[in-house]
Design a protein. Structure first.
Length: 255
């Protein structure tokens, strides 16, 4: 048989046969006087075995080891390892499908946000924030919360989302005040009103949450860079008021 005939018989390509020759999986056959390779039945049997092993998921290095063991002992060992690996993959796929089923149910009910898929805690929180689609600040909040949902450790994330859930129900007026500061400077007289309104809805427990520090090129810098100077000043002032309140002050001191 020529290489094309061998490949067609086993169901692979001539290119694959040449590749197996280069890797040493198939021995080079005898050549005819005209230089063409001449394959026999043993070559076809060996090539078919290579195909079956690769279809089982073995890498070519593993196939070489199996073929080198005439007694088949290594084949049993490798197949057992492959079976265990497939079982692990099956468990991962099953868990992902379970998560996907929940997300699909939320999507079909119209409750999956544009930032999804997200954690159940954030999904519940965004359900309230999402009622303010015309607020640019609400959109920024959704984006930053979706990012925090990914980068913050699970324990801290659950705590943060629990705290922010207390805010979502009374954020309408605050978003309006912050939206009105778009394009304004940090010395705008409306900053203090917006800051106090925001501090009024932020829970005391937020003061104990470790927010990313500014100045290190991190998340806080990205967040504040996306705000107008007056909006950034209002948020910083609100955080300071919450911290003051957590220390025992009333949070209503002068600027």
């Amino acid at each position: 048989m020529r290489i094309g005939e061998l490949a067609a018989l086993v169901g692979v390509t001539p290119r694959a046969v040449r590749h197996y020759h280069r890797l040493g999986l198939l021995p080079e056959p005898a050549r005819l006087p005209n230089g063409y390779r001449a394959y026999g039945i043993r070559d076809a049997v060996l090539l078919a075995r290579v195909r079956r092993l690769t279809e089982l998921g073995l890498g070519l290095d593993e196939v070489r080891d199996v073929l080198a063991d005439d007694e088949g002992r290594e084949l049993v060992e490798v197949l057992e390892e492959l079976d265990a690996d497939l079982a692990r993959q099956e468990a991962v796929v099953r868990e992902r499908r379970e998560r996907l089923a929940g997300l699909l149910g939320e999507a079909r009910a119209g409750r999956l946000t544009a930032e999804g898929p997200v954690s159940p805690e954030l999904a519940a929180l965004l359900a309230g924030v999402g009622e303010l689609p015309d607020s640019p600040m609400a959109v920024k909040d959704r984006e930053i919360l979706a990012l925090l949902d990914t980068v913050v450790p699970a324990g801290e994330r659950e705590r943060l989302m629990g705290l922010m859930h207390e805010v979502s129900g009374s954020a309408g007026r605050v978003y309006g005040l912050l939206d009105a500061l778009d394009g304004a400077g940090a010395d705008d007289p409306r900053v203090e009103e917006a800051a106090r309104a925001l501090a009024g809805v932020l829970p005391d427990g937020l003061g104990g949450f470790e927010l990313p520090a500014e100045g290190a090129g991190g998340l806080a810098d990205v967040f504040f860079a996306d705000l107008a100077p007056a909006q950034a000043a209002a948020v910083r002032r609100a955080v300071a008021l919450v911290a003051e309140r957590a220390r025992g002050g009333d949070g209503h001191g002068g600027a």
